[in-house]
Structures are given as C-alpha cells and as structure tokens.
Write a protein that binds this ligand. Structure first.
Ligand SMILES: [Zn+2]
Length: 463
C-alpha cells in the first residue's frame, strides 16, 4: 500500500515536471516574438522595460565628443559625461558645448588618478582643480564624481561626499576601451541590460577606441528603444532619473460654434514612465504609462448671449510626473451664432393726478442678454426718454412724465414707440394707458394733506 502510494506520488511528480516543461516551452514560444529581437515588428511600449543611463568618460576629446553630442542630440538621448580636469583645461570650449547641449557633466578627477592611492588632501585638490576648470569653461559646478577605474573605498567615499560630490559607478561595463567591434560593443551592452532595472552604462568618449563607441551607439540606442527601454540622465543622487515629460495642449480645431465641442489633445514631449493624470483648465485626462498623448473634449456652452467675439483658452496646469510647458495653451474661437437681442416695451397703466406730475414707468425687456449695453430711445406724445440695459442684463426702466390733471375726459392710450435701438433689434412698441384722476383738485388737496405724517414732518401736533 505504502509502496503503491509512493509510486503514485513519484508518477505525479514526473507528470507535473513534464507538464511544466511543456507549458514553459509553450510560454517561451508565445512570448518569444514579444522579446524585442532585431526582427520585432511590434516594439514594446516606450519606457515600459526600464531606464538606461548612458555615461561617457575620459573626455572631452576634439575628435569624438562633438560627434557624440550631435548624435545623442539628434536621437534625443540624455547622457552624462565624466570629464578629466586636464582635458577640460585643454578643450574648455568642448566642455561648454556638451553642457550647452543639455548634457550633465561630472568630475572624473584632474588627471585620472586612482583615488584609493591618494591622500585626502590630494583627492580634494584633484576635485577642486577639475571643478575650477569646468566653471572656467562655463559649465555648472559638478556634483557627480566618478572615481577613475571605479576605484573607491569608504575613505574615498567620505572625502567625495564631504566635498559635495555623489560618487557614481556603473552597472554595465561596455569594455569599449578594451576590445571589440562596434557591433560587439553594442551587443555587450544589449546583453547586459535587464528589464525593470535602472542601468548605468560605462562607455568612453576620450580613449583611443572611442570612435568605435560612437559607431556602436546607433544600434545600441535603437534596439534598447525597441525593447521598451527609456534613456535617462543621472539625477543629483547619481541614479538614472526618468525624464520629466513636458505637457502641452492643442485644439483639433481653432473655431467652434456655441453649444458645440472641440477635441483637445494633451501631448507629452516624451512617453510617461508611469500612468499619469494631466490637469487642464478644461478637465483632467489620464495618460497611460508609455503613451504620449490623450484626448479630452472642450464643451462650449450655449449661453444665449450675444457676443462680439469669444475665445476659450485651455491650459495645462499640473499633473503628477509631468510639467506644464511654458506656453501650453489651446486657443479656440467661439463663433457666436446668437442673434442680437430684441427689445420690447411694456407700460403699466397710471392714474393722472389733478395736482402733480405723475411718473409713468415703461419697462424695456430684451429677449436675451448681450455682452454690450443696449441703448433704447422712445418717443410718445409726452416726449422723448431713453434707457440703457446694462451688458448681461435683460431689463431696464425708463420714465415718462404725465402732466397734472390730464386727461380730463376718460382714459387715454398713448403709444410709446422705439425710435432708436443700439446693439439690439427693435421689437414691439408699447402703449401707456393714462387714466383720468379719480377726484377733483379740492379732493386731491384734502387727501394729500391727510396723507402727511405730521410727526415725521417735524411739525408739532396742534390738536
Ligand atoms: Zn576613466
């Protein structure tokens, strides 16, 4: 019984192993085309595999460095140059050109010495002289230092950090200084770069074999990009730092009618290394990792306001891991299809007074607002009057003066006509009804006296 159970267990183990091997083979077959070999048709998403920081040591060299800067600039690859002080002193304009092209420059000591064999004072002096040569050349004072030969110990590390330097070594030695064709140099790097890691590659622009490095770079860069690696410069901590994409926003169309919508495109100058949300004044938009653009819609409200011209501006103002471009805004002209407002008049009936003039209110109404003040002039048998409807408002009032006592016989209908309308269309005119006084002059006088509030008028009560 026991033996049979053991046998069954062994069989199961064998089966499982065979099955695992078959499955692994299948997985390998399935995933093989995605590995990003030379013949790959579908490149991996940019930056999805990891970061590679290229570094070049021992320059500047008049034969190699300018060509390397041109190549890296054309291919938009950030890199860091660790320069030797004596060479910077010989070719200050080369150092400046590298810096002006946007590359970081670090210190590689004054005379390429093994720092572990030097006293603290000698190390400090080597750093100081190199820094001086770089600053003289117009390059920012370096904060990164690479010890020649990678020779470093705790003492050297201490002296470097006390002098304000972050020591930078490498994770991949291309051995370009040693041997190999450009192809072999490139393949050495390609074989050593591992996914989901941040690698620092050691190469040279200032050694005898540096022209071969220059020829290795195009293949190295294009294959790494196809495999989904992103190039990074070294941050102040000496680690490969993902480049921060700059976000801009553009509108697909420059004009839109009110109530319509325009598609906006948020574009990054380089792919994001992680999914990010870009904030714009028209709303937020998510850009998945490895992508460079995303869309959102700008809805233009139908405000039913007559406008001269309207322009809508959308700006990028933030987002994790992205920076808004200095000038990042989309301008959309809103074509205003709203007609000018129509003005019409209404007047409430008034009762004339036998004694006094009576103000009659005539209301001016607009059927929609305007972004300009609307001026209205009216004429009636009682004369001219005018009113202004303020921008954004829909109503105003003007006053017509009814003389005392009139009319004597019954009600009168007085047409009030719009004679002039500015920034609007004339609609219906109004009619003012003036009613005859309810009483005669003597009754009116008594009523007026009775209506006086004597204490309020400041007159002492006599009765
Ligand atoms: Zn070196």
């Amino acid at each position: 019984m026991r033996r049979r159970a053991a046998l069954a267990a062994m069989l199961a183990t064998v089966l499982a192993t065979v099955l695992a091997a078959v499955l692994a083979g299948m997985v390998a077959l399935v995933s093989a085309p995605a590995q990003g070999a030379a013949g790959d048709h579908r490149p991996a998403r940019p930056c999805s595999r990891g970061l590679v920081a290229l570094t070049f040591d021992d320059g500047p060299s008049p034969t190699v460095t300018p060509r390397m800067v041109r190549l890296l600039t054309r291919l938009e690859v950030p890199a860091t140059f660790f320069m030797v002080g004596t060479r910077v002193e010989s070719y200050p304009e080369l150092a400046r050109r590298v810096s002006e092209a946007g590359f970081t420059i670090g210190s590689h000591t004054w005379a390429h010495t093994d720092l572990t064999q030097q006293t603290d004072r000698e190390i400090r002096s080597a750093l100081r002289r190199t820094r001086h040569a770089l600053v003289e050349a117009g390059v920012p004072a370096p904060t990164l230092a690479r010890p020649p030969y990678g020779a470093i110990d705790d003492r050297v590390r201490g002296v470097l950090s006390a002098a304000g330097y972050t020591p930078v070594l490498w994770t991949i030695d291309s051995r370009d200084w040693d041997d190999g064709t450009p192809r072999q140099i490139a393949d050495r790097v390609l074989a050593a770069v591992h996914p989901h890691r941040a690698d620092v590659v050691l190469q040279h622009d200032g050694v005898a074999r540096s022209p071969l490095t220059l020829r290795a770079l195009p293949r190295e860069i294009s294959v790494l990009r196809k495999r989904g690696f992103c190039f990074a410069s070294l941050g102040p901590d000496g680690r490969p730092t993902p480049p921060v994409p700059v976000a801009t926003v553009t509108a697909d169309r420059g004009r839109v009618v009110e109530g319509g919508r325009v598609r906006l495109t948020v574009h990054l100058d380089r792919p994001t290394t992680r999914s990010t949300t870009v904030r714009t004044t028209a709303g937020n938009v998510r850009i998945p990792s490895g992508r460079q653009a995303a869309h959102l819609w700008l809805q233009v409200p139908q405000d039913r306001t007559d406008e001269v011209a309207e322009e809508l501006t959308t700006k990028v103002y933030g987002g994790r891991g992205v920076q808004p471009a200095m000038v990042a805004q989309a301008l959309v002209r809103v074509v205003d299809d709203d007609p000018p407002p129509v003005a019409r008049l209404t007047a409430a009936p008034v009762t004339a007074s036998p004694l006094l003039t009576t103000p009659a209110r005539v209301e001016v109404h607009l059927d929609r607002t305007s972004d300009r003040p609307v001026r209205v002039v009216v004429r009636s048998a009682l004369g001219r009057a005018s009113a202004v409807v303020e921008a954004g408002s829909q109503a105003s009032t003007l006053t017509v003066t009814v003389p005392p006592g009139a009319p004597r016989d019954g009600d009168r209908q007085l047409p009030v006509r719009l004679v002039r309308v500015v920034h609007a269309t004339a609609g219906t005119s109004g009619t003012l009804t003036v009613r005859a006084p309810d009483e005669n002059a003597a009754q009116a006088r008594r009523a007026a006296v009775a209506a006086i509030d004597w204490p309020a008028a400041g007159v002492p009560a006599l009765f």
